[in-house]
Design a protein around this ligand. Structure first.
Ligand code: PLP
Length: 344
């Protein structure tokens, strides 16, 4: 076992409430990239709570329909993509793994804890040729990346995949934030040996608490993953709600349209404050700023929680949900930035 401290995450409102002495319900939490206008959750029939989940309930086929994964792929429901992130490193003997930096830290952590040698990759280095791939057995890519929002054309990712697969390597593509950005998804290539695609219901559907997602992969790897996760990896209510949400095309279509509008609005709002985002996705904007930490603290004093990064210094803003929240963000940023500029 290698020592690796658990990564920090957004969304820790209880902690923020204690630290700043502001009651939980008064916070505007923009520290996650979760859709604030998520899928409306229906009630779950009693029998779904009472019976054991059954794997042949049609959920795998529903995942295929949702993602467009071909017949060659296996579609495995998982208790959030996090469950697959933690299980995948257990399926390989010790090897060399590349993870994006900056990037969702749980990938690095999970591979390190399982004893693999992990190399952090800057996007600039990844774009300079392909020779670096020959020093890796597994490459993890987050598409689009969290927190930078960088997306890589599928053709390039597939060429990296082929180079790794020729030596028995894997490409793991985390598509937690790819919903609504269909041209970025690799799902249509799922099923090829050593290609793993992770999907999440936590972000676009706003169902982070449900703990539901999917892994799309080849039958051999999928068999290892399913065995590792064991029976009933996803609760019956989670399977039931997941099947409904991923089949709800009318809701998905309006959500994509709304997220495009809202993400552009957030970009414009931040740019008007002199904080033009360096990147982003439909669900968050990424702002590089030398005094990111100071800004985040100042916003927190006003009850606005954002995610702060230190290498490089940056802030990540999620989407406000209501008009009142949009106005609160805009007015607070004006106040905070004016005050900080006067003191710098
Ligand atoms: C890039 C990325 N992948 C995966 C996850 C895990 O999400 P979940 O387990 O809810 O699917 C997160 C959560 O923040 C994330 O940011």
């Amino acid at each position: 076992m290698v020592r690796s401290d658990p990564p920090a995450h957004g969304g820790r409102l209880n902690q923020a409430a204690r630290r700043w002495g502001i009651p939980r319900e008064q916070w505007l939490d923009l520290s996650t990239g979760i859709n604030p206008n998520g899928w409306p959750v229906p009630s779950v029939p009693e029998v779904v709570w009472q019976r054991l989940p059954e794997e042949d309930d049609g959920l795998a086929a529903a995942i295929r329909g949702w993602t467009g994964a071909p017949e060659a792929a296996v579609c495995i429901p998982v208790a959030g993509s996090q469950a697959a992130i933690q299980a995948l490193p257990e399926l390989r003997a010790r090897c060399r793994v590349g993870v994006p930096h900056p990037g969702y830290q749980e990938h690095r952590h999970a591979w390190q804890v399982a004893g693999h040698r992990v190399r952090r990759l800057a996007i600039e280095d990844m774009m300079a040729g392909e020779a670096w791939l020959d020093e890796l057995d597994v490459l993890v890519w987050i598409q689009p990346n969290n927190p930078t929002g960088v997306g890589i054309e599928p053709a390039r990712l597939l060429s990296w995949y082929r180079r790794l697969a020729a030596r028995g390597g894997w490409l793991v593509v985390d598509e937690a934030f790819a919903e609504g950005l269909d041209s970025l998804s690799l799902a249509q290539w799922a099923g090829q040996p050593g290609l793993v695609i992770l999907k999440s219901l936590g972000k676009f559907y706003g169902l982070a608490g449900l703990r539901a997602g999917a892994a799309l992969t080849d039958p051999h790897l999928g068999d290892g993953l399913s065995r590792r996760l064991g029976p009933w990896a996803l609760s019956g209510p989670a399977r039931y709600l997941m099947a409904q949400a991923i089949a709800d095309r009318p809701w998905q279509d309006q959500a994509v349209a709304r997220l495009w509008r809202d993400s552009e609005r957030l970009q414009t709002l931040l740019a008007a404050q002199g904080m033009a985002p360096a990147g982003g996705s439909l669900l968050f904007q990424y702002v590089r700023h030398p005094r990111a930490g100071v800004l985040a603290e100042a916003l927190a004093e006003h009850g606005i929680l954002v995610r702060v990064f230190d290498q490089p210094p940056a802030l990540r803003f999620g989407l406000p949900a209501t008009e009142a929240q949009w106005h609160r963000l805009s007015a607070t940023l004006t106040k905070v930035i004016d005050r900080l500029i006067a003191s710098w």
